[in-house]
Design a protein around this ligand. Sequence first.
Ligand SMILES: *[C@@H]1O[C@H](CO)[C@@H](O)[C@H](O)[C@H]1NC(C)=O
Ligand SMILES: *[C@@H]1O[C@H](CO)[C@@H](O)[C@H](O)[C@H]1NC(C)=O
Length: 236
Amino acid sequence: MIYTVAVLTLLASSVFCQEAPKCCTVDQWEAKESQVNGIVPTGGQSQIINVGLTLHYDSTNQRVAAEETITTKGQTYDIHVIQDFAKKIQYNIIANNCTKTVIGSFEKACVPDNLDIDQFLCSLLGHDVMPRLMGNYYFGGKAQALPFTAYQMSVQGLQVQVAVTTTGCYPVEEIILGKFGTTDVSETFNYVNITDGIKDPSVFTPPASCNSGPVKYGVHLPTGSRILRGRSFLTL
Ligand SMILES: *[C@@H]1O[C@H](CO)[C@@H](O)[C@H](O)[C@H]1NC(C)=O
Ligand SMILES: *[C@@H]1O[C@H](CO)[C@@H](O)[C@H](O)[C@H]1NC(C)=O
């Protein structure tokens, strides 16, 4: 009996709750992105972190890079982040000073699908609740409309909204609300000026200062996206 339940649970978990993407972005793209992150640690000071970045996404070679300008508490930092998922290393370069951290596996930038299965069962089994369609909309006026599709889901207990262009699955916006650990977070990501392909692959090449020094386990600096690229919630 227990054995049967275990097998059924495993089956349900591995088959029914598996994510098949609703749509994925093209394999290589670049974008300008702006982030507004509001965080309130329990018992701590609230903080606004503004990030403007250029994002380079390359699923063909399993790597992501971003040139970021982070502004918080009146300070501005310029940082170049390279995530090399083939080597499982993230390089964080500030003023040619390089630190390296271990990262997980590459995840393609996709909106997952729910396969119309029992969401409640899957959530009981510890799976994220997959997207529900919020609706189809367009930006701008009717004559120059940009049609987009919005989804709502729950990921690691956080309330998430994702919008992608109805044609082509290009990211438009992500909104994340909820508690990450003991910190309340409210994050908005907007993507503009997306182009297909990688113009200059050297953005993925770490500088010589990254050749030495240890690879540490530690908190990653955030890159482009939370949902559409690697569903990890990491804040500064
Ligand atoms: C470079 O990194 C080292 C080690 O973390 C640190 O002590 C030093 O202050 C950093 N230098 C700059 C310019 O950020
Ligand atoms: C975004 O695209 C518009 C239209 O092509 C261009 O005028 C603008 O400079 C671009 N902005 C950035 C930050 O690249």
